[in-house]
Design a binder for this molecule. Structure first.
Ligand SMILES: [Cu+2]
Length: 313
């Protein structure tokens, strides 16, 4: 069975992965056995009871209790096994252990934000300790998304206005891919993140430094990093090319025409407003698809991004 999982499925990197795969393999193997058995029976009977002569007459058969009960009871038992097994897995998946480490997740078109107990926020990077249950409490800022880590066999819809949660315990130090599996707009396929699993001590250290590492960095350098870390660069280029949004090249100081005809000079206030309330004013020729970074970026970080944009002339 494990060979089968290795062949068909992603690596098993959480405590529940093996159980989930066992059920999946049970369903696959039973279905294949039934498929082969029924196909052989159909072909055999078609051949055995073929019409041999002009006067072949089919005998009148009304029913056969034994056969009918057998072919009802066996599938019923199989279906009940799958139901019970699936239910216990579902209950397990929806009840996190009490000591689970909690991280909050916000889905936005088209990125994932992770908020830690220290107030640190990381974008598209989930950091967790190994061998410790982690509970994710998730919500969406806009449309429906779905949070999926194939290596951990966990998936849960992420909804606006309502929290959903899931939990897992990673069993290996390393990296795994996180997908959005609910079609959520034109850049849905870019809504990817990475789960980084650290040894327990390293996780504590990571959490301690993560919040303060930026403090003594040069603003322009910090701004450049933030643009990548916050996935701004998936929609804004720094070389003049047009992506989902306008390029940052030659943005600072430029005159921008808004959707309603208003002309705005791209100064500090305009950039700040664009980051915190992207829908307040829409640049003409673009869709209102930028997520708000209010609550994600603090003043110092916004200033750093502005300083960085200023250098792109
Ligand atoms: Cu999505």
């Amino acid at each position: 069975m494990n060979r089968l999982s290795e062949f068909m499925l992603p690596p098993q990197r959480s405590t529940i992965a093996e159980g989930t795969d066992a059920l999946f393999n049970f369903i696959t193997v039973t279905s294949v056995i039934l498929l082969i058995g029924i196909t052989i029976a159909i072909i055999y009977f078609a051949w055995k009871y073929r019409r041999r002569s002009e006067n072949d007459v089919t005998p009148v058969i009304t029913h056969n209790n034994f056969l009918e009960i057998t072919w009802s009871v066996i599938p019923l038992i199989l279906v009940l096994i799958v139901f019970g097994w699936g239910l216990s897995g579902y209950v397990n998946l929806t009840t996190p252990p009490d000591d689970a480490y909690e991280i909050r997740v916000v889905g936005k078109s088209w990125l994932w934000e992770f908020h830690y107990e220290t107030g640190h926020v990381s974008v598209n990077e989930l950091h967790v300790p190994v061998n410790r249950p982690v509970k994710l409490v998730m919500i969406s800022d806009d449309v429906l998304h779905s949070f999926y880590i194939p290596d951990y066999r966990v998936k849960m819809d992420v909804l606006p206005n309502r929290y959903t949660s899931l939990w897992f315990e990673a069993t290996e130090v390393g990296e795994s891919v996180i997908f959005c599996t609910e079609y959520c707009g034109s850049a849905h396929s870019n809504m990817l993140a990475t789960a980084f699993v650290h040894p327990q001590e390293d996780f504590e250290t990571w959490l301690e430094i993560a919040g303060s590492a930026d403090d003594d960095m040069d603003p322009v350098e910090l701004g450049e990093q933030l643009v990548t870390r916050n996935a701004c660069n998936t929609c804004h280029s720094s070389d003049g090319s047009r992506l989902q949004g306008p390029s940052f090249l030659e943005l600072f100081g430029a005159e921008r025409v808004m959707e309603d005809g208003e002309v705005v000079t791209a100064d500090e206030n305009y950039i700040r407003e664009s980051i915190l309330e992207p829908n307040a004013r829409i640049t003409r020729g673009y869709q209102p698809v930028m997520p708000s970074y209010a609550g994600t970026l603090n003043d110092r970080q916004i200033d750093a991004i502005i300083e960085y944009i200023k250098t792109l002339q």
